[in-house]
Every structure is written in structure tokens, then in C-alpha cells.
Design a protein around this ligand. Sequence first.
Ligand code: NAP
Length: 262
Amino acid sequence: MKESDIPGKSSLLMGKVALVTGASQGIGRAIAIAFQREGAQVVVHYKGSENRKDAENLKVELERLGDTSPLLVQGDVTIEDDVKKAVDSVMDKIGRIDILVNNAGVLSQYEVHKMPVDEWDRIIGTNLRSVFLFTRLVVPGMIERKWGRIINIASQLGQIGGEEMAHYSASKAGIIGFTKSIARELGKHNITANCIAPGPIETDMLKEETDEWRNSKLSELPLKRFGYPEEVAPTAVLLASDPRGNLYTGQTLGPNSGDVML
Ligand code: NAP
């Protein structure tokens, strides 16, 4: 699927400011593009200087697609001070964040008894702790404005587990539990919180997987194919939109080729 296959811009997110973490590539990039097409003002968060070029290219692409001017913010989601600087920079320049997409994530594979403790900490820190760090800073403004949408990118492996991925699966299951809790807590402020739990999606995250794994996984999928980031992004648009997404909170939606059916 190419970006040109996606219908042109509309206005479901007009007037909203959306921050997407880890957006210089992959699923985050596709969500940033989909939000821009829907009229949102997009804040592209990227990790570091190694991602700067991709983030700048995305900014140019977003400017071509929509009428709002995207903002780039940099920072490592595992570093509390970086997260604060990123959020402060949006507040200084735009004044609010209406939609938060916690997308940044990493994956590795280890048998549980061979997994270094540092690696456990890295995966939990990047995938789960970061979601808390961003959420706690963004929620006060949402409460003040009585509107907010928090969208956390989990994984189907947080629902069913994954061999040699106890750390990754635990981080993603943690995101689902975290999201249900804040959905209960923040609903009274008209803030929704939901997860997207994709199945295998063609991004850099899968590039290390062997042909053997890919072929075996493909044969299990009811749709017999992996997804593309552009096929995950519409779920984020739905969850972010008012009124279309208004009744979803505490939910986990699964663009996953039918791999997991709950
Ligand atoms: P990706 O292309 O590798 O994108 C992940 C993004 O997160 C990259 O831009 C990465 O930047 C960024 N990131 C990683 N660590 C970071 C940090 N410490 N600080 C800031 N940014 C950081 O993979 P993707 O598939 O799009 O992944 C997006 C999300 O989808 C992840 O949460 C992933 O777990 C989830 N997901 C993916 C799949 C799949 O099959 N692809 C399935 C289910 C869930 P760097 O490249 O510089 O590290």
C-alpha cells in the first residue's frame, strides 16, 4: 500500500493539536500523516540526531499534505527530563496538546533465563514507563480544557504473550492495564484513553525477523498477510475524533490481520 492509495484530506481533527512520539518512521509516521490529512496540528516527536533527517523529511511531507505547520520536538522517551522538555516546548510554542499518541517502542528477543536485567529495564523503560511520563504531563491541560484523547500503541503480544519476548509482552500488557486505569480515572473529565494492539506490521521493527518466522507467521494469519503502517493509522484517527470516537475508552483495538480475536 502506498500513501497515494489513501484518500485525500478531510477535517475530522480540525483544530486539534496532536503529539505523536517516535514519529520519524513506521507506525508513528503513518499516524502523523493521517492526522495531518484530517486537519490536526501535528507535533512530530523523534528520538535524537540520528532521526533528525527523517523527522525533517516528514515535516516537509506534512506541509505538503495539510494547512497546519507541524512542530518537531526531540527527546529520548526514557529520560524524564527530555520528556518534560518536549512537552514544555509544545506548550511554549502552541499552548496545548489535545491528542497524545504514545507510539515510541523497541523490541528484542531473549529467552527469559538468558535475558540481561538491563535489557528488561530498557524495554520496560522505553515501552511502558515512557507512557506514564508523557501522560502525567499532558493530562493536566486536558482536564483544564475538559477534552482529551490518549492513544497508546500496545501490541497483540501484550494480549497473548510472545516466545522470547517476556519483557516486550509485559511492557505491552502493562500499557493495556495502564490505559484501562486512566480511562476509568479520566472519563469524568471527557478524556478517553485507548490502546491499539497491532499484529505484525511491515516496519523496521520486523526487519530482523527470519524468512522462516515470516513464512510460518503468514500461514497462521487469517488474512495471510502482514499489515502496513497506513492500515494502523485509521484506527488512531477514529479514536482521536470527536464525535466518531467518543464512546471508546479503556478499549484495545486490534488491526492484526485476524491473528488475535478477543
Ligand atoms: P519502528 O519503525 O522501529 O518505530 C519505532 C519508533 O520509536 C522509532 O522512530 C524509534 O526511534 C522510536 N523510539 C524507540 N526508542 C525511543 C526512545 N527511547 N525515545 C524516543 N523514540 C524512540 O517500529 P514501529 O513498528 O513503527 O513501532 C511503533 C510502535 O508500534 C511500537 O510501540 C511498537 O512496539 C508497536 N508495534 C509494532 C508492531 C510491528 O509489527 N511493527 C506490532 C505491534 C506493535 P529509533 O529508530 O531512533 O530508535
